[in-house]
Design a protein around this ligand. Structure first.
Ligand code: 13P
Ligand code: ZN
Length: 266
């Protein structure tokens, strides 16, 4: 199997092993590089066409690997052709063709509008580096969203203070979107506005969207955020008596050569 598909499938199953993908929860999209499209050319025979409810014209002609709606991450390695697929965005950006996979009438994830608008936002924010958008349902970051107001400063400070290396991994902070109905255009547009500023955003009472240049970076980002949330909840349960100070965060950022989002420091 082509390496890009192997790497994609590994990430799906890694997320399942972490417990982030109960049932069909979560979804993953990857914007393929030209050489990866060329490597998979022999597979790309499908012509099933579907419309998009959004304007994805900045992604015209791009190929994405996507998980199927209602499909289980747990099953991706067993039958990739049924649970994931490759789509090509139309030249006008208002629809796409399923070129491979998603067999038996499956469709791409119901969160495809959020994925594509997030891809556009992160592509623009990272000079085209971002290729991966990942949605997962990790328990700790979701639980944490019940304990705070939906405010990026509050959330980012908690996470930065909950594991020393967080501020180095996501110096921009993490955004948070208040509860909305999933699967639609409205949540997609709100997510894209927010993810422009942060590499990851939490959907309150639901889960997280992470982004990155490759599978390792994206999985690692979500993993780091989820671990910090777990540490925070454990420390909060035990009783927090002290934490990393803002001055320590500044010294840390300097030592690692990253630019911390100053709006979130006091
Ligand atoms: P899909 O099965 O359509 O990908 O939906 C899962 C999910 O997590 C929705 O937010
Ligand atoms: Zn979800």
């Amino acid at each position: 199997m082509q390496k890009v598909l192997e790497d994609y499938i590994r990430m799906c199953y890694d997320g399942f092993l972490q417990g982030w993908h109960e049932r069909n929860g979560g979804n993953l999209t990857y914007r393929m590089k030209e050489d990866e499209v060329a490597d998979t050319a022999s597979l790309l025979a499908g012509d099933r066409h579907l419309d998009l409810p959004i304007d994805a014209s900045p992604l015209a002609g791009e190929h994405f690997i996507t998980t199927g709606s209602g499909r289980y991450m747990r099953n991706v390695p067993l039958a990739p052709q049924k649970n994931i697929g490759i789509i090509r965005i139309d030249d006008d950006g208002h629809g796409y063709t399923i070129r491979w996979g998603l067999e038996d009438g499956a469709k791409p994830t119901s969160e495809l509008p959020s994925h594509l608008l997030n891809h556009i936002a992160r592509m623009e924010a990272t000079d085209g580096r971002c290729r991966v958008i990942y949605h997962a349902h990790p328990a700790n970051i979701t639980a944490l969203s019940y304990t705070i107001e939906p405010d990026a400063k509050t959330l980012s400070r908690i996470l930065w203070q909950s594991e020393t290396e967080c501020a180095v991994v996501f110096p921009e902070g993490v955004g948070i979107l208040d509860w909305m109905i999933p699967g639609g255009t409205e949540i997609a547009e709100a997510s894209a506005r927010l993810i422009r500023k942060y590499p990851a955003i939490v959907w309150a009472f639901h889960g997280i969207f992470g982004s990155g240049a490759d599978f390792d970076e994206t999985f690692g980002l979500v993993h780091t955020i989820e671990k910090a949330a777990e540490i925070y909840l454990k420390a909060k349960g035990a009783g927090i008596v002290r934490t990393i100070t803002d001055d320590e965060l500044r010294v840390l950022a300097k030592a690692f050569g990253v630019k911390l989002n100053e709006d979130f420091l006091d």
